[in-house]
Design a protein around this ligand. Structure first.
Ligand code: BTN
Length: 318
């Protein structure tokens, strides 16, 4: 039995900290720590010094009060929207501040990269983050790679699943895609005005069918539901830190970590990269986030096009 189960048993009534501590054989400080952890996962637990704790609402609700770091305020949530990306872009144009998040339980016209549709039923995590990096546009190109890297890392640490990044900014588990990022921006020649990073994670929804690559969801891969807050909260905190570092130092400090977690790193094969068909080996990424590829004829390429696909799709290296 843990704190959460005790609170669930109390069916919305208050349970004192002292009672929780004695029935679970823990100190009051340990109870408080557990409560904080559950709040971060999206449980709305109210507490007063006199009455104790009460479970007000279970997750699947996103709880902005539990977000750490610079992002997530304001947090604008909708039951349904055509696309959080479109709404966030509208808000960015009207001057919404950096860190604003727009999320929706359902998107009716979700958009993916390369003009594709993005299926967004209930259960998934669909949101867009507004950024205003004080950089020229060319220096922001690898920022979505940093965001994807943080997402893979946080999915791994919150679920234990072997999530990794697929260049440029997908997250895959095994040989299936579980999440994708769509980045759009508006800029002058020397300065970005706004950037919107749209993130879609198949969390508790069924993996969509009929997609260009096989899809996965966290619930399907893990065999149990996963609180969406437990993915969003840690990602916001982690990417918040990475973003600050990226503004100062660019992609170089993230390059090694990206390559370590990169699907197909070092793999030889036939590869479709944007409009090119190539045979050779993936060498990694450069300091600008471009994909480095060595062809069988000895040509070293730095690719910045669309996405890569191996044909036929091999099993992942790790
Ligand atoms: C991809 O093609 O892999 C990118 C998918 C991005 C989907 C997200 S869901 C939230 C945001 N709103 C959208 O319409 N698209 C992005």
């Amino acid at each position: 039995m843990n704190v959460l189960e005790e609170l669930k048993r109390a069916k919305g009534t208050f349970v004192s900290g002292a009672r929780l501590a004695s029935s679970l054989g823990l100190t009051r400080a340990a109870i408080h720590k557990q409560i904080q952890r559950h709040r971060k996962m999206g449980y709305l637990i109210s507490g007063t010094p006199h009455s104790g704790y009460r479970l007000a609402e279970s997750p699947q609700v996103l709880n902005p009060a539990a977000f750490d770091g610079p992002f997530g305020s304001p947090f604008v949530h909708f039951d349904a929207l055509p696309s959080t990306q479109e709404e966030a872009k509208r808000m960015a144009l009207r001057g919404a501040k950096e860190g604003t998040i727009v999320s929706a339980d359902v998107q009716t016209r979700g958009r993916g990269r390369l003009g594709r549709a993005w299926k967004s039923p209930k259960g998934g995590l669909w949101f867009s983050l507004i950024l205003r990096p004080p950089l020229p546009p060319a220096q922001t190109l690898a920022l979505p790679l940093v965001a994807a890297l943080a997402l893979a890392r946080e999915i791994r640490s919150s679920t234990g699943l072997p999530a990794c990044v697929k260049w440029p900014n997908d997250v895959w588990i095994g040989s299936r895609k579980v999440a994708g990022l769509l980045t759009e921006m508006s800029s002058e020649t020397d300065r970005v005005q706004w950037m919107v990073i749209g993130v879609g994670v198949n969390v508790n929804n069924l993996p969509p069918r009929g997609t260009t690559v096989p899809a996965q969801s966290l619930k399907r891969a893990l065999g149990r539901p996963v609180p969406r807050q437990g993915v969003l909260g840690p990602w916001l905190a982690s990417f918040g830190k990475d973003y600050k570092q990226f503004l100062k130092e660019g992609f170089a400090p993230f390059r090694d970590a990206y390559q370590k977690e990169m699907l197909w790193f070092g793999r030889k094969g036939r590869c479709v990269a944007g409009s090119q068909r190539l045979k050779g080996k993936i060498l990694g990424v450069d300091d600008a986030g471009r994909l480095l590829f060595l062809t069988d004829r000895g040509r070293r390429l730095a690719l910045n096009e669309g996405e890569i696909r191996f044909t036929p799709l091999p099993s992942p290296v790790r």
